[in-house]
Write a protein that binds this ligand. Sequence first.
Ligand code: MSP
Length: 508
Amino acid sequence: MKKKFYLTTPVYYVNDVPHLGHAYTTIAADALARYKRLKGYEVLFLTGTDEHGDKINRAAKEKGVTPIELADQVVSRFQNLWKKLSISNDDFIRTTESRHTQVVSKVFQRLYRQEDIYRGTYKGWYCVPCESFWLEPQLRNGNLCPECGRKTEKVEEESYFFRLSRYQKPLLDYLEHHPDFVLPPSRKNEVVEFVKRGLKDLSITRLKLAWGVPCPIEKKHTIYVWIDALINYISALGYGANKDKFSIFWPADVHLVGKDILRFHAIIWPALLMALGIELPQTVFAHGWWKMKGEKMSKSKKNVIDPEEIVKQHGADQLRYFLLREVPFGQDGNFSIPLFIKRVNSDLANDLGNLLSRTIPLVVRHCGGKVPSPADEDKILEEKIKKILPSLDEAMNILSFSEALSCIWEIIRSANLYVDKCAPWKLANQADKQKRLNTVLYNLSETLRVLALLVFPFIPVSAQKIWTQLGMEEDLGSQTLDKAGVWGGLSPGTTVKKGPPLFPRIKT
Ligand code: MSP
């Protein structure tokens, strides 16, 4: 039976116009999902949209439509962007779907029955854009949200509370015994420190907000949007309804989130799961932020980059590559177009693109367009690949995408050096060197075939083009590394197909 891998992104606020920061979480998740499929896993990669709450309610009012009308109108912004970015999600959940709302309601009822939820009065502050509750001492300069810096609103109302405080000790124990539960490790330490300072019970219903899952105990309340949204990770598996799917895929292997929403995922979510008696996910990985001139990219700061614009001008693979290569995953990075262009031109156009455009035409010109048979023992590139594969796997297992790419680029650089050193164009001019030429061109073509597999998680469209130029007919996405990643898979005699440059240089 295949090994399973369940991977999620957050559900995105449906009325946000997706920007580069949103695209980052999803692209990273996609690279991981594709890699795991290559490793032979049956992957369930989930993304979706967060469609309840005050933020969407107010946006709809401003537009003069109902919240669900607004959600229906704009959800395709995410779905279309994911298509353009070659995102291979297996499911897309909208938190307004009944498969989700039913689970939210059941979870609430169950927690109420077992007295993990009680009724009280909430007095505090609320940030609508972050959909977060804050207490007075946490606010910045009077009444500003400590997270996004925008104005919060005073709230005093009856509310149902989740006994989060009950889970402080179990959470600390869990964190201590599961070093991989929150990654990177520095983020885990932050979470531990936060929990140690004490957890207060959490208000989990809103009284004056009609747009949410109705509280099953008292219909005039609606369930707090964050509790609602977190439950998507189990409702998408049919929790409570489809035992098989749930038991196959749960616990999740990775919840991928940005560092701004780590506390929801590393404190509130595990506490809810503990209360429900459900196993905790293996890992919550918090990545860093893309910034513009040192400030977090966000709609409120009006400094967002539109990923669609970059895709239109330069290509989706170029953007995917840049985001995953430029900054070690987990750290913040500054986005700038000159940096983007530099990366694309040097790594994609010069290194990978050139390797392909130096190899295929030589096979066409000197071997009648057919991959030649290697004729002598020359294992330089084969050995290089063998040596790199374990490091690449190690990097991917800890979500070090930029490290993984630098492993792959070691192979590309070695192959380019090999071309320079062997100078196949010179060999082609010497009648007695045909055998050597065949070996060199076989080794280069075979290296490119393996490279297509290795870069597939990161730049899937270009990888498929390399694969096709090498005359491989099967779909690259159906390959596995343990079979196709073995040296020698390219049969001599295969007809190659010359194509246009893979990564045209971007003019600066
Ligand atoms: N709806 C909640 C998530 C609920 S999950 C149960 C939410 N949505 S969001 O649309 O605001 O954010 C979604 C993701 O985008 C988060 O992982 C967030 O960290 C990420 N990013 C938003 N801006 C970002 C950057 N500038 N840089 C990197 N990622 C950022 O929060």
